[in-house]
Design a protein around this ligand. Structure first.
Ligand SMILES: [Zn+2]
Length: 53
């Protein structure tokens, strides 16, 4: 059974789930703040990756 938790803070997702698209993946978070945090983390990761190649 798959447990649905926030991809950012790991708490259980409630009725106000926010879906964020990172690259080709859709992840679910509990609120806009977590969505923002994930977007910022993804941007930093993408920047770091493109910097190395
Ligand atoms: Zn969260």
């Amino acid at each position: 059974m798959k447990k649905t938790t926030c991809a950012a803070c790991d708490c259980e997702l409630g009725p106000e789930t926010v879906t964020v698209k990172l690259g080709g993946n859709a992840v679910e978070v509990c609120c806009e703040e977590c969505a923002k945090a994930l977007n910022e983390a993804d941007a930093a990761t993408s920047a770091a990756l493109s910097d190395k190649e």
